[in-house]
Design a protein around this ligand. Structure first.
Ligand code: SF4
Ligand SMILES: [Zn+2]
Ligand SMILES: [Zn+2]
Length: 332
């Protein structure tokens, strides 16, 4: 099979584009898609310092690789989740990538810094393992970016991730979360700007890019992924995509072009500093501090926990928001 762009032999066929590419042209197409995403959403400005959240997986390492090649001032942040051999291997792979590219990597260990790991939080906390893991990542990435003076946090969310999140929120008509889902979330008080430059590229395309670039990444899934709702939504999207190539891109990219404007976004949320850590929150204590206190058996403030429906900005990056508990006196 011939490459669509040059006389070379194709190494990858992209059914949704009805095209095949050789190694060099595919890499060019991949990078063009990243540039297009960055340009369209004004993700990174001149002179911005970027912190990329790296997990050791294909997406975040491919993203770091492309951003370095494009000449951005980009450092990496790895968060140790304490998930046994999976975390050990992820850390090794990330560190060796950083060394091979002469890039700056910061490592934060959840257990060392905050006193718990993800398997323990999943067992002891009220949230599912993946919910507390996502919450912890968003909190630590934002805090590290604020402390390090970064302008932008970049994450490796790809088209499959975004389409699955949109599907999940649409299935339950979580209109407020649908409205907030975006490849670029502007900075707010105490919250660093967050961007997803891979949102136009599928999981398969990112895996192919990482492979063709010779990037060593962790292939195994996290061993705690079994209860992950997003995984089920991804499987559903993949089943539709298999019989109708292009649906996934049409669903998410179509949402950005034509659907998003239909969902009003509430912008009048007032953020105040968390009473424990000072990070911005809509409640008295931020979701991270509440989850951490629950896992460690500590109490924040006085009085019994009160469960209310509320929105927490720290939990808004992926559009997943859950009921939160506010520690304090119950209203009379
Ligand atoms: S699968 Fe769940 S526990 Fe594992 S890294 Fe992802 S969010 Fe965290
Ligand atoms: Zn070619
Ligand atoms: Zn807090």
């Amino acid at each position: 099979m011939k490459c669509r762009r040059c006389p070379g032999t194709a190494v990858i066929e992209l059914r949704r584009h009805n095209a095949a590419f050789c190694k060099r042209c595919f890499s060019e197409v991949f990078v063009e898609q990243v540039r297009k995403a960055i340009r369209r959403f004004a993700m990174i400005g001149a002179g911005d310092r970027v912190l990329v959240a790296v997990s050791g997986g294909k997406d975040s390492l491919a993203l770091w690789d492309v951003l370095l090649d494009l000449g951005y001032d980009v450092d990496g942040l790895y968060l140790g989740l304490g998930i046994g051999e999976y975390s050990d291997r992820s850390r090794e792979v990330t560190a060796s990538f950083a060394e091979s590219r002469g890039a700056q990597l910061t490592v934060v260990d959840l257990a060392e810094e905050y006193g718990y790991d993800i398997p323990t939080a999943g067992r002891k906390g009220a949230r599912s393992t993946c919910a507390v893991c996502g919450l912890s990542k968003r909190y630590v990435f934002n805090k590290a970016a604020v402390d390090g003076g970064y302008d932008v946090i970049a994450t490796g969310h790809n088209l499959d991730d975004e389409a699955a999140t949109l599907l999940g929120n649409t299935l339950r008509w979580k209109t407020e979360y649908i409205a907030r889902q975006s490849p670029s979330l502007a900075a707010e008080t105490g919250m660093v700007k967050k961007v997803k430059p891979l949102h136009r590229l599928s999981e398969l395309e990112t895996a192919a890019f990482a492979f063709l670039r010779g990037i060593d990444y962790v292939v195994d899934e996290c061993p705690l992924v079994a209860g992950n709702t997003q995984l089920r939504h991804k499987e559903a999207m993949n089943a539709i995509e298999a019989s109708s190539p292009g649906t996934k891109a049409e669903f998410f990219l179509g949402y950005l072009d034509r659907g998003k404007a239909l969902f009003a976004r509430e912008d009048d949320v007032e953020l105040t500093p968390c009473g424990e850590c000072g990070q911005p929150t809509t409640a008295r204590y931020c979701a991270f501090c509440r989850a951490r206190a629950q896992v460690l058996g500590e109490r924040l403030g006085e009085g019994p926990p009160v469960v209310v429906e509320d929105r927490d900005v720290v939990a808004s990056m992926s559009g997943e928001v859950m009921p939160i508990e506010i520690y304090g006196r119950a209203p009379a």
